[in-house]
Design a protein around this ligand. Structure first.
Ligand SMILES: *Cc1c(COP(=O)(O)O)cnc(C)c1O
Length: 337
């Protein structure tokens, strides 16, 4: 079975498990876990921020950021294609009492004009726009990279209107590798940035939220309130550190393989493929329902996920082997001959 459902299906390698087993630990609610401190310092440094906070999941990192930057009743601008809008269980309303303002098209990229147009809050009957959240890479747009000049212009426009800025950088690592841009440069305009260790980097658990020291102290309190204070969690932080040291460069291979898979899909004539920019391939079925294609591919040992009535998603990751790729490339022309 070639599992292309998500880059979260990876399992810790023996070397990663060894790093976890040997981790020095302490009670992190008391601030006494040295491995967590090392991970937080390391991620803060890579992202060019003052401080960072280890959190159990990307959703928690994003939602802590929303809570940090808003008051109940505020409005948060997001791309219509964003993870925060589609896949976080309504948490912005549940936890922060804010409303989301989804903007933009299928690219998930907001321009400075789009940002400027939606900012409101002068009259007392309008919600106050407080925060802009961008995502890079954009999952629901097929792992698309936010063009750096557009990202800088959009965040600048938001700043002009006094908005706070958060980056959902679950796959920021992929954007950085693909464009040969330091993560810190992409993260620079933002007050807070969340990155996932459990996607392409291959750690079993965890995300890291980064920002100023003051924001991270406030974030720690919110994390605790959400039930995210963990004890000897250096075991998991060690996996994150191992992933940062050993798995970042390998993301480039995921991108190459995604391109090869996309070419093979395109060659069948049965799909319209969004040209991949990183490790995700979004493709529309032209001759059948997504569900039918999903089962056809699964029967041939290729697992993908549905992403709409006629859309599927395949995601490459470090547990896809060379023979998995060869199998997929061999099967596609046979399935759609
Ligand atoms: C996966 C993901 C998250 C967070 O997901 P968790 O499963 O909570 O770690 C956030 N944003 C994007 C874009 C993601 O792909």
């Amino acid at each position: 079975m070639v599992d292309l459902r998500s880059d979260t299906v990876t399992k810790p390698s023996p070397a990663m498990r060894q790093a976890m087993a040997e981790a020095e630990v302490g009670d992190d609610v008391f601030g006494e876990d040295p491995t967590v401190h090392r991970l937080q310092a390391r991620v803060a440094e890579v992202l060019g921020k003052e401080a960072a906070l280890f959190v159990p999941s990307g959703v928690m990192g994003n939602q802590i950021a929303l809570k940090l930057h808003t008051q109940p009743g505020d409005e948060v601008v997001v791309a219509e294609r964003s993870h925060i809008y589609h896949y976080e269980s309504g948490a912005p309303g549940l936890i922060s009492g804010v409303q989301l303002r989804p903007v933009g098209d299928a690219t998930g990229i907001l321009t400075p004009e789009e940002v400027t147009t939606v900012v409101r809050g002068a009259p007392d009957w309008e919600p106050r726009t407080r925060l802009l959240c961008l995502e890079d890479t954009i999952n629901k747009a097929g792992g698309r990279i936010y063009p750096l000049d557009t990202l800088q212009a959009a965040t600048k426009a938001a700043r002009t209107h006094g908005l706070a800025l958060h980056l959902d950088g679950a796959r920021l690592w992929n954007a950085a590798i693909a464009t040969d841009t330091p993560e810190a440069e992409i993260a620079a305009p933002f007050d807070t940035v969340n990155v996932c260790l459990s996607k392409g980097l291959g750690a079993p658990v965890g995300s890291v939220l980064a920002g100023s020291g003051a924001l991270m102290r406030a974030a720690r309190r919110i994390r605790k309130a959400l039930g995210g204070g963990m004890r000897q969690v250096g075991l998991l932080a060690a996996a994150g550190l191992y992933a940062l040291d050993h798995h970042r460069a390998g993301l480039a291979d995921d991108h190459t393989w995604a391109h090869r898979f996309a070419d093979a899909l395109e060659a069948t004539g049965a799909f319209r493929v969004v040209p991949p920019e990183t490790n995700i391939v979004l493709f529309d079925t032209l001759r059948e329902e997504a569900e039918t294609a999903l089962h056809r591919l699964a029967a041939a040992g290729i697992r993908v996920v549905p992403f709409g009535p006629a859309t599927l998603r395949a995601t490459f990751h470090r547990d896809v082997t060379e023979s998995d790729l060869t199998h997929a490339l061999d099967m596609l022309p046979r399935l759609y001959a």
